[in-house]
Unconditional design. Structure first.
Ligand code: THU
Length: 132
C-alpha cells in the first residue's frame, strides 16, 4: 500500500465518520474499504435504540461494497477520532469472508497503524467442511 492510497483511505474514513449516527455511545467511527479494481466504499456506525441492532462502520462499508457487486476486499481504514481503534471481533469475521489477506489500517489523530487481518483474526473460521 503506497502512501498516497493510505492518505486517501484515511481521508475517506474521516469523512465517513462525520455521518456516524452514535447518539447512545457518542463514539463515532468511519471506515473506507478498498476493493479489487480500486473502488472505495465507505461506512459509518449506525446505532439504534435497541442497542443490539447497531451496525459498526466496517460492516456498513462491507455491505455497501457487496451491494455494488464487490467480493474481494484489499484494505480497510478505520477512523475513530484521536485514538486508534481496531475492528471488533464480529467485523473481523465479516471482513474475513471477502478479504482474508486484506490490510487493516487504523488511524489515530496523526498516525496510521497497519495490521493484516490474519494477525487480527488468526485461525479464522471459514465455513463447514463437508464430511466433518
Ligand atoms: N464501533 C464501530 O463502528 N467500529 C469499531 O471498530 C468499534 C465499535 C461502533 C459500534 C458502536 O456504535 C460504537 O462504536 C461503540 O461501540
Amino acid at each position: 500500500m503506497d502512501q498516497k492510497m493510505t492518505d486517501m483511505l484515511a481521508a475517506r474514513a474521516r469523512q465517513a465518520r462525520a455521518n456516524a449516527y452514535a447518539p447512545y455511545s457518542h463514539f463515532q467511527v468511519g471506515a473506507a474499504l478498498l476493493c479489487d479494481g480500486g473502488e472505495i466504499f465507505t461506512g459509518c456506525n449506525m446505532e439504534n435504540a435497541s442497542f443490539g441492532a447497531t451496525i459498526c462502520a466496517e460492516r456498513a462499508a462491507a455491505a455497501a461494497a457487496v451491494c455494488a457487486g464487490k467480493r474481494r476486499f484489499e484494505a480497510i481504514c478505520i477512523a475513530a477520532g484521536d485514538e486508534t481503534v481496531v475492528p471488533c471481533g464480529l467485523c473481523r469475521q465479516v471482513l474475513c469472508e471477502f478479504g482474508p489477506d486484506m490490510l487493516v489500517l487504523c488511524c489515530s489523530k496523526d498516525a496510521v497503524k497497519a495490521y493484516t487481518l490474519r494477525e487480527l483474526l488468526p485461525d479464522a473460521f471459514s465455513g463447514f467442511t463437508p464430511g466433518m
